[in-house]
Design a protein around this ligand. Sequence first.
Ligand SMILES: [Fe+2]
Length: 131
Amino acid sequence: MITWNTSLETGNAVVDRDHQALINQINALEDALKMDATREELGPMIVFLNQYAREHFVREEGIMRTVQCPASGQNCTAHRALIGKLNTWVARLKAGGATTSLGVDVYREMGDWLQEHIVKVDCQLRTCQPG
Ligand SMILES: [Fe+2]
């Protein structure tokens, strides 16, 4: 369970709202796995995380460019690394369905990646907010 806290706040309302939505869905996936959810239940959660993460990256990269955040390039590079992971998870989903082991990998790896990424990269937005 990832708990939202001030160390995850970038100070940008759009980015913070996106991050909270991603964390809520990662937590929901963890809960579903604990309750031995079926592939039919896990599938849409993994699909949502894949789509929402990609949409969020586009939004956030645009915001960083607009405010000329020095972390912009570093952020894009990091996003591409997670997109590589997302691609492998989508391939596994298509090949074998939403297995528990796929759900566990998505929950653990995406959860760990997201928390560290927000703190180390996205929070550099704090120093480059207009006003
Ligand atoms: Fe980011």
